[in-house]
Design a binder for this molecule. Structure first.
Ligand SMILES: [Zn+2]
Length: 640
């Protein structure tokens, strides 16, 4: 995903891991047959020693960059001995994710039951992803594990039970028979669920390997000539949602080929895109080493506008397998799910991923060159002219404060800012890319940095190689000598009103940001039923007249408008988005008069006058004559 000071991983491990993992694996059985009713049942059989111990529920979820483990939706958490005698747990009074218990003498196995209430609406994996015909299982929601252990050392044998007729996709390896199953069934002592069983994995790999299951399920192999293997697993609310065209399947196959040429390595045994196509679930993407959990509206794969709007999602989450999973900021490379994360390098983890996701979407043909440029124009305009919050919160702080900013948004978001390191990261990394190309006369590019930094060690199994700010600078310097520390800090620590990346981009990318009176293609995709007048009047409004946000310092702000006000009339006539748009357009005329709005603020009415003369304004990129077209160079496919 898509949502801090550096401590070495070795130090973290040494200071916090005091209990060695148990020898036999935990058996974890998850029953998804009630998932359509928003309940997921789990049973854990855990080998233990008699005496006091602490069990913990995962709190810091990888890729969510914060303490988002949904413990509030845990229910029916009951621990017994194998013979059914209850073992009373006591919650820690400070750490809500810790349960203290005493294992009675002679007891060497706990039977733990819990339910997860898969209620929709919450953010990220905390939000239930279930409907009548599909379910996404995030294992972290249905387990506890011994405190102060390393997730790489705790072994788990997982299994699932799904409703009759459902199929599933996952990066876990299914056990199709043989002694593993027989042994596990014995261990389960009669409460085992039927097939499928999966091979025993570390807790780290388990939580990294969600399962997508559904009645309307389709698996397509991508770029079949390539090993390791890649699969597009789709589950929809209806059969029509998974009817992805061959043309788009071919584009995703190109994505696999382009990543091979870019990253010069793969760090997984096989890769599964787990795509949920549903209007009943929260929408986001969450990266893993060997899969991604991609939750999108139900029409995304079958409606061309929606396909374009979500076009960077799969390239973005796939990129994370290299940038975020394999190479990870030291502050995010924690040994278990209770150790707090530090997000100070998220402008690399997410910012570079955002940039590469966009570039790959264009290289594999999901986006045309003009769609890529229109999106870039919109980002440039937003961060140059509509995010005054940079004057108090620099880009660095949007990363350092990530764990409190993922839930942000809404009124005055332009002044607070939120996780701006995603989209402003696009500008930062594009400027770095264009700078390398300029300094080397086009002989080198960011591709060379990527091949060395993310291709380190060639092909490997899933593992984490942490890095620091200094490692990033060293990697860039190895491509082309430059004072990269000053370059980066100047942009990361800037309190300028306008985007510090834009002067460079306007000078060397071959394009500059301009405004015209025609909306660009990307902004028409993003616009709701209302009107986005961010770059003219400085506010956006919904179809019913409710004001979304007002940009501080804009004409709307100075005239006294605020988020939440209701626009009732435009120039004396009942509000419609079309009427407001026409009024803005009229201001471009020589004899135009100010725009007059009648607004309601919590039931009190007043008239607001907007003294504006500029007409409609929408961002575009304009080609700079007689300069290299570096955007075209950047999005040119690497595979001919
Ligand atoms: Zn991301």
């Amino acid at each position: 995903m898509s949502l801090f000071r550096l401590i070495s991983l070795a130090t973290l491990c040494a200071s916090t891991i005091t209990v060695s993992a148990q020898t036999a694996p935990i058996a974890l059985s998850v029953d998804l047959t009630d998932a359509p009713r928003k309940l997921i049942h789990a049973t854990e059989i855990m080998p233990v020693q008699p005496g006091s111990m602490t069990l913990v529920y995962p709190e810091w979820i990888p890729g969510e960059h914060g303490p988002t483990g949904p413990i509030v939706n845990q229910a029916g958490f009951i621990i017994t001995t194998p013979s059914g005698d209850p073992i009373k747990w006591e919650r820690d009074l400070v750490d809500m994710y810790s349960y203290h218990i005493t294992v009675p003498a002679g007891v060497t196995e706990l039977h733990i039951k819990m339910d997860f209430i898969a209620a929709a609406g919450a953010q990220f994996t905390a939000g239930g992803s279930t409907s009548a015909n599909l379910a996404l299982l995030s294992w972290n929601t249905v387990l506890v594990y011994p405190a102060k252990t390393s997730a790489a050392d705790v072994m788990v044998t997982p299994s699932i039970l799904v409703p009759t007729g459902w199929r599933w996709g996952t990066a876990l390896t299914q056990v199709t028979g043989g002694s593993d199953v027989a042994t596990l069934q014995e261990v389960r002592n009669g409460i085992a669920y039927p097939h499928p069983f999966f091979k025993t994995v570390s807790l780290e790999q388990l939580i990294d390997s969600p399962v997508l299951a559904g009645r309307w399920f389709r698996e397509v192999e991508l770029a079949p000539e390539i090993t390791p293997k890649h699969y597009l697993d789709m589950a929809g609310d209806g059969p029509e949602n998974i009817a992805l065209s061959q043309e788009h399947i071919d584009e995703f196959s190109k994505l696999i080929r382009e990543t091979g040429a870019l990253y010069k390595s793969r760090h997984y045994g096989s890769y599964h895109f787990l795509v949920t196509l549903s209007d009943q679930v929260a929408h986001f993407g969450l990266e893993h080493h060997q899969s991604s959990d991609d939750r999108v509206p139900e029409k995304t794969f079958t409606d061309e506008g929606s396909f374009a709007e979500e076009g960077d999602l799969l390239p973005h989450e796939f990129t994370h397998s290299w940038n975020g999973k394999y190479r990870r900021p030291a502050g995010l490379a924690t040994p278990n799910y209770q150790e707090p994360m530090k997000g100070d390098l998220l402008w690399v983890y997410e910012g570079l991923t955002n940039y590469l996701g966009d570039v790959l979407a264009a290289r594999c043909g999901i986006w045309s060159a003009s769609t890529f440029r229109d999106r870039l124009a919109t980002i440039e305009a937003d961060y140059n002219d509509a995010r005054p919050g940079r004057t108090w919160r620099d880009l660095q702080d949007t990363a350092s404060a990530a764990q409190i900013l993922y839930a942000a948004g809404g009124p005055y978001d332009n002044w607070r800012r939120n996780v701006d390191y995603y989209s402003e990261g696009d500008l930062l990394w594009m400027e770095i890319d264009a700078t390398i190309r300029q300094k080397t006369d086009g002989k080198k590019s960011l591709n060379d940095f990527i091949a060395a930094f993310h291709g380190l060690g060639g092909n490997t199994p899933p593992k984490v190689v942490p890095y620091t700010f200094e490692d990033v600078v060293a990697g860039l310097t190895a491509v082309v000598p430059n004072d990269w520390t000053t370059f980066l800090r100047k942009r990361l620590d800037s309190n300028e009103l306008h985007a510090p990346e834009l002067p460079g981009l306007n000078a060397i990318s071959g394009y500059k940001l301009i405004y015209t009176d025609k909306p660009n293609y990307w902004s028409t995709l993003e616009e709701s039923d209302g009107l986005d007048a961010d770059y003219s009047l400085g506010f956006s409004v919904g179809s019913g007249g409710g004001i979304g946000d007002v940009i501080l310092g804009s004409i709307a702000d100075k005239a006294g408008l605020a988020p939440g006000f209701q626009i009732l009339a435009v120039n004396g006539r009942g509000f419609t988005p079309g009427l407001l748009r026409a009024a803005i357009k009229d201001t471009a005329g020589l004899t135009s008069s100010p725009i007059e709005l009648i607004v309601s603020n919590t039931g009190y009415f007043k008239t607001i006058t907007l003294n504006y003369r500029g007409g409609e304004r929408y961002p575009q990129l304009e080609r700079v004559a007689d300069s290299p077209d570096r955007l075209d160079d950047i999005i040119a496919p690497l595979v001919k």
